[in-house]
Write a protein that binds this ligand. Structure first.
Ligand code: ADP
Ligand code: MG
Length: 343
């Protein structure tokens, strides 16, 4: 039996800061499933960020590398249905036996255990048997285990191995993913078009694929004309509520915060930590450059700072641009990104 869609591999899973721990842990399990240091491995994160992809990649790699090991992928919903029907025809023992004999168990979406007392009981016993026999267990969940509302004895066991999270990828990673999917589909897109798309689709890779599929469709309808910004804009309208027409201070703050990997709220906060202060000063400089906000208005946007602070910040950034190559490069990148968001 294999429901391990072979198209999900480690090779076509693009690595970024957002997923490197999870990817490496999954790879470690796949390369050596009998090493129980990571048992169980739990990968958690919001929808559309690659949990199922990684889980199936583990299965595919083990199947390839260890043809004698039996690997079983199952979603928690499927497991529950199997259990329910086995209860209906008195074959629960067979089902449990079958699961106890796998070498590697991959369970997707364990948040579906919530409110399923019987499934939790059966899974508890299965988990214990597999782990005792040093069989690898890898699971995914849409939230951290600590927030998973299931029996305590199960929750604590899920924390015995390694937990790794997937978070939203940075712009560069999104672009690398889109580039890789585009080339796999023989789609040509300029970097400018890709940046425009990835700027707008931030939190869900499945949506990024949706945009790509739609572009391919539209291109077909339009006599294979090139995928340009206009077509991208047309398609994006179905995915995001707002494609920014105007460069607003919010757009700038969001772009700078993402670039420096900060929560956007930090820019308006009282924090004086050095890298936050710099990001704040750069944001003020860019708001001045791209919008018609007054100095006073800018101060207000950044947590009610006074207008002297704004002047000082802008001057600091101007000076840095003359003396510091890294900062100048950052500003060039940022300006390009801010414009890219607006096609
Ligand atoms: P989840 O299970 O977390 O909801 P999926 O694993 O189904 O998400 O991923 C959604 C889609 O995004 C899949 O088609 C997957 O191949 C793709 N994807 C997610 N992350 C990456 C990545 N880092 N590299 C390549 N494709 C990715
Ligand atoms: Mg999934």
């Amino acid at each position: 039996e294999s429901n391990l869609d072979g198209k999900y591999t480690f090779d076509n899973f693009i690595e970024g800061d957002c997923n490197s721990l999870a990817r490496n842990a999954a790879k470690a399990v796949a390369d050596n499933p009998s090493n129980t240091a990571f048992n169980p491995l739990v990968i958690h994160g919001p929808v559309g960020l690659g949990k199922t992809h990684l889980l199936k990649a583990v299965g595919n790699r083990i199947t390839e590398k260890y043809p004698n090991k039996s690997v079983l992928y199952v979603t928690t919903d499927t497991f529950t249905s199997q259990l329910v029907s086995s209860i209906g025809n008195n074959s629960t023992n067979d089902l449990v036996n079958w699961y106890q004999n796998v070498d590697v168990l991959l369970v997707d979406d364990i948040q579906q255990l919530i409110n399923r007392k019987k499934t939790q009981d059966v899974f508890f016993n299965l988990f214990n048997v597999l782990r005792q026999n040093q069989k690898a267990i890898v699971m995914t969940c849409d939230r951290p285990i600590i927030e998973l509302d299931i029996e305590e004895r199960l929750r604590s066991r899920f924390q015995w191995g390694l937990t790794a999270d997937l978070s939203a990828p940075a712009l560069e990673t999104r672009m690398a993913i889109l580039a890789s999917k585009a080339s796999a589909n023989q789609v040509d897109m300029s970097p400018q078009v890709m940046e425009f798309i990835c700027y707008h689709i931030q939190n869900n890779i499945r949506q990024l694929e949706g945009v790509l599929n739609n572009l391919v469709l539209h291109r077909g309808v339009n006599n294979n004309k090139e995928i340009d910004l206009e077509l991208a804009r047309q398609v994006l309208k179905n995915f995001v509520t707002e494609i920014n027409k105007e460069i607003t201070p919010e757009v700038i703050q969001r772009t700078v915060a993402e670039y420096y990997n900060l929560d956007v709220e930090k820019l308006a906060s009282a924090t004086r930590r050095r890298h936050v202060v710099l990001a704040r000063q750069i944001s003020m400089f860019l708001v001045k450059q791209f919008t018609d906000q007054s100095l006073k208005g800018i101060g207000r946007l950044f947590g009610g700072r006074d207008h002297a602070t704004v002047i000082y910040s802008i001057k600091t950034v101007k000076d840095l641009m003359e003396t510091n190559d890294d900062i100048r490069k950052d500003l060039e990148d940022l300006e390009r990104r801010i414009r890219a968001g607006h096609g």
